[in-house]
Design a binder for this molecule. Structure first.
Ligand code: 13P
Length: 248
């Protein structure tokens, strides 16, 4: 059985003071949750997360990672650096990185491979734009995004993936995919994983992201192939994040 993962993606938000308050509120607000909880903070604040979350049930992770192991790549952050700070997860291929930093499916796949080979679980984001959805291209787009990753990985590595379906039109817009729309894409992605074996497909967690909030989390998380959430805006407010955790 897949354990639900509720992950916050803070994006480029926060400060030492604001993070300390948010993390303390989440930490004290957790009680008997039945899911895994993760916060993906800006890299500069990961050591603060390590300090403030040590010994808690909350994991912390990065929002991006270099495809390279180390070396002359100014400004980049390696998988081993993230591990050094206690991260277990890293987001790769978020639509904002694909759109604003021109990350291709192949680059995202290399990043996922680098993360896995270092012992980090990559959360690989896939998702279509509104135009692609309206043109009926959703499955084709997410399949190509996922296949680029699968092509680089052996079966053991594929088992270590987390996937996040994040329709671009639902991110930060307040528009959410209906539970059935999200479920359809999640089931499609799981079928694609099936090509690598049923046990693998049954093991990989597929999260939904895109305006997940306390008001819609329960319905989304009730769908059979939705194994958690990747939450942006609502992860910055402890009461909202905790409410989503409690809905899981
Ligand atoms: P919102 O929850 O703010 O729509 O963001 C979703 C997201 O991009 C998470 O990675």
């Amino acid at each position: 059985m897949r354990r639900t993962l509720i992950a916050g993606n803070w994006k480029m938000n926060g400060s030492l003071a604001a993070n300390a308050a948010l993390l303390a509120e989440i930490r004290t607000g957790l009680s008997g949750q039945s899911c895994d909880v993760l916060v993906c903070a800006p890299a500069l604040y990961l050591s603060q997360c390590a300090d403030l979350l040590a010994g808690s049930d909350i994991a912390w992770g990065g929002q991006d990672v270099s495809m390279h192991a180390s070396g002359a790549y100014t400004g980049e952050i390696s998988a081993t650096m993230l591990l050094d700070l206690g991260c277990r997860f890293v987001i790769v291929g978020h639509s904002e990185r694909r759109a604003y930093h021109h990350e291709s499916n192949e680059l995202v796949a290399q990043k996922a491979k680098q993360a896995l080979s270092s012992g980090l679980a990559p959360i690989v984001c896939v998702g279509e734009t509104l135009e692609q959805r309206e043109l009926g291209q959703t499955n084709q787009v997410v399949a190509a995004q996922l296949q680029a990753v699968l092509d680089l990985l052996d079966d053991v590595a594929v088992s270590g993936l987390v996937i996040a379906y994040e329709p671009v039109w639902a991110i930060g817009t307040g528009k959410t995919a209906t539970p059935q729309m999200a479920q359809d894409v999640h089931a499609f992605l799981r079928k694609q994983l099936d090509n690598r074996g049923v046990e693998i497909a049954e093991k990989v967690r597929i999260l939904y992201g895109g305006s997940m909030k306390p008001e819609n989390a329960k319905e989304l998380l009730a769908m059979v192939d939705i194994d958690g959430g990747l939450i942006g805006g609502a992860a910055l407010k402890s009461s909202d994040f905790l409410a989503i955790i409690n809905a899981a």
